[in-house]
Design a protein around this ligand. Structure first.
Ligand code: TNX
Length: 497
C-alpha cells in the first residue's frame, strides 16, 4: 500500500491509503486513555445507531462523516450498527453531563454518555482520531484505520471559556460563529461577550434604541464599528446551543460607559460638558485607549431606571443563566452601593450576576461570581471564581515579548503558551478558567486568530484535563493539530519548537 501521512493531499487523483493509524493526539488530554493492541478498519458502509435522546449527536456525526464523502447512515435502535451512540443515564453520577466513554474495538466504535453534551464531546474526541481531511470536506482516505482504545473522560471545570471584547473593535456574527465551531472542537463551553465600553455599544436593545444606533457607530482607532441586532444575538445563542456553548453577555457598569453617554447624555453628571478633555464639541465618539475616565452619574437616582431597563432586557433575551455586569476600573464613593443594587437587579431578573474582581469589595450576594484578573481583590466566596489572572490569560498580551500591537502592562514578557499551560490554581474551588481578548490593538479577524490560537488550546487543556502536567507532551500533541488548524483556516501564531 502507498503510505501517505493523514490529510496531506487535497488531490482527488491520489488514492490515499493508511497503513497505520495516526498517533493519538487528543486535546484536551482525556482523563483515562488506554491504547489496546490492534486496529479497527472503518468499514465502507458506516451505520450509526442512536435512540431518541442521542439523535442530535448522531446527526452531527453523520454530517462529519458525509462531509468527507464517507458512506454513512443513521439507523434508530440498531444493535448491529458499527458506530453506536448510547445514551446511558447510569453514567450520570460517575461522568456528569459532559463526560463520556469512547471505545474502539474490533467490532466498531461506541460512545456512551449520560447527557447530550457528553455524546457531543465523545464525537469531538473521535473526530480528532479521524484524518484531518474530515475537518475540511476533502474526501477521506480510501482506508481509515483507528487504533483500538478505551477513553473515559470527564472535565475538571464546568467553565472553560473565552472572552471577546466586541466594544473596542467589533467582531460580528460570521466571526463569532466560526469561532464557536473551533471552540467546540476543543470542548470549550463558555463565550463571554464584552458588549459595551467607552468606544462602542454592540447590542441592540429595543427599549433603548439609541444605545446601538449612536453608541454602535464608534470604535477604537482603525477598529471596526457596528453592533449585533437583537435577532443576531438570538441567532448566535441558538448556534452556541447546538455546540454546547453558553453565551454570557457583559454590560460594563458603572464605568467604561462613554458610548452610552453619547447616546443618552443625561446619564452623565453634567451632560456631556463635564467629560472634557475626552469629549469633543459636538459630542464625538471616543477612539482612544485610556480606561477609567467615564461613569454613570451615581448621585442621580435616574441612572438606576436606565440600569434596570437595560439589565432587564438583556436578561430576558439571554438563554444562559448568567449576566456579567462589569465593574472594573472605576473610582467613585458610591461604587459599592451601585454594585449591591446591580447585583440584586440581575437576580431579580432570574440571572446569576458575574463581575470583575473589584466588585468583591462590595457586599455582594452569595450567588455573585467574581472574575479574577489582577489578583488585587480577594473574592468574597472563593468557591465562586472564574480565573482570568492576566499573567496566564490576557491574550491581548504578546505571544512572545515584543510582538507588535500587543499590551504588556500585566507582564512585560507577554503571555506565552507555557504561561497559560503552567497556570496554578489559587483557590481550591474555582469554577473554571477564561481567557479574555481585549481589542484596543486587535482590530482584524487575522489578528484575533493570532491572539487566540494556539493559546486557547492550552486553556482547553487546563480547563478540561485534571491530569495534564507535561508541557512537552502537550506540544507534541499540538503539532499533530497543525494541519487541523490549517484546514479550519485559523491564522494561528506559530507553534513553539
Ligand atoms: C484592563 S482587565 C481592562 C480593559 C482593558 C485591558 C487592556 C479589565 C477588567 N479591564 O478595559 O481593555 O485592561 O489590557
Amino acid at each position: 500500500a502507498v503510505i501517505l501521512a493523514v490529510g496531506c493531499s487535497t488531490s482527488k487523483s491520489v488514492v490515499q491509503q493508511q497503513a497505520v493509524p495516526a498517533p493519538v493526539a487528543i486535546i484536551p488530554q482525556p482523563q483515562v486513555l488506554t491504547l489496546q493492541q490492534g486496529v479497527y478498519q472503518v468499514p465502507k458502509k458506516i451505520t450509526i445507531s442512536y435512540e431518541a435522546a442521542s439523535q442530535a449527536a448522531a446527526t452531527l456525526l453523520n454530517n462529519i462523516l458525509q462531509s468527507a464523502r464517507l458512506n454513512s447512515e443513521m439507523i434508530e435502535g440498531s444493535a448491529r450498527a458499527n458506530f453506536k451512540l448510547i445514551h446511558n443515564q447510569g453514567l450520570l453520577t460517575q461522568l456528569g453531563d459532559e463526560g463520556y466513554l469512547l471505545d474502539i474495538t474490533s467490532d466498531g466504535v461506541s460512545i456512551q454518555a449520560a447527557g447530550e453534551a457528553g455524546l457531543f464531546y465523545g464525537i469531538q474526541s473521535l473526530s480528532q482520531l479521524l484524518p484531518v481531511s474530515l475537518a475540511n470536506g476533502i474526501p477521506a482516505p480510501e482506508n481509515i484505520l483507528l487504533p483500538q482504545l478505551h477513553v473515559k473522560d470527564v472535565p475538571k471545570y464546568s467553565w472553560r471559556g473565552n472572552m471577546i471584547d466586541l466594544a473596542r473593535s467589533f467582531f460580528g456574527v460570521d466571526y463569532l460563529k466560526r469561532h464557536m465551531d473551533r471552540m467546540a472542537l476543543y470542548k470549550l463551553n463558555r463565550l463571554h461577550l464584552h458588549l459595551t465600553d467607552d468606544q462602542g455599544w454592540r447590542l441592540e436593545l429595543k427599549s433603548k434604541p439609541l444605545l446601538s444606533q449612536i453608541g454602535g457607530q464608534g470604535a477604537v482607532k482603525n477598529g471596526r464599528a457596528g453592533f449585533l441586532t437583537t435577532e443576531d444575538y438570538i441567532e448566535l445563542q441558538a448556534y452556541a446551543k447546538e455546540r454546547h456553548i453558553i453565551i454570557i453577555p457583559e454590560i460594563d457598569l458603572p464605568g467604561h460607559i462613554y458610548a452610552a453617554l453619547v447616546a443618552y447624555p443625561e446619564l452623565n453628571c453634567d451632560g456631556l460638558t463635564n467629560l472634557t478633555p475626552k469629549m469633543a464639541t459636538p459630542p464625538a465618539h471616543y477612539d482612544g485607549y485610556e480606561v477609567g475616565w467615564s461613569k454613570l452619574c451615581l448621585t442621580n437616582p435616574e441612572i438606576y431606571d436606565f440600569v434596570a431597563e437595560v439589565l432587564k432586557e438583556v436578561s430576558e433575551m439571554t438563554e444562559g443563566p448568567w449576566v456579567h455586569i462589569g465593574g472594573d476600573e472605576i473610582d467613585d464613593e458610591l461604587y459599592e452601593t451601585f454594585v449591591v443594587k446591580a447585583d440584586a437587579m440581575v437576580r431579580s431578573y432570574g440571572k446569576i450576576p458575574i463581575g470583575w474582581e473589584e466588585m468583591s469589595k462590595a457586599d455582594v450576594s452569595k450567588e455573585f461570581i467574581s472574575q479574577r484578573w489582577n489578583g488585587k481583590t480577594a473574592p468574597k466566596y472563593p468557591s465562586k471564581v472564574i480565573e482570568s489572572i492576566c499573567t496566564s490569560f490576557y491574550f491581548d498580551h504578546a505571544n512572545v515579548a515584543g510582538q507588535e500591537q500587543t499590551n504588556n502592562w500585566c507582564q512585560k514578557s507577554g503571555v506565552s503558551l507555557e504561561d497559560v499551560y503552567h497556570f496554578n490554581d489559587q483557590y481550591d474551588e474555582i469554577i473554571g478558567v477564561e481567557a479574555p481578548v481585549w481589542t484596543e490593538l486587535v482590530v482584524t479577524d487575522t489578528m484575533m486568530d493570532n491572539r487566540l490560537w494556539p493559546r486557547l488550546m492550552a486553556v482547553a487543556e487546563i480547563g478540561w484535563s485534571a491530569t495534564h502536567n507535561d508541557f512537552n507532551d502537550f506540544i507534541s500533541r499540538l503539532k499533530a493539530h497543525e494541519s487541523r488548524l490549517e484546514a479550519l483556516n485559523i491564522a494561528y501564531y506559530p507553534f513553539p519548537e
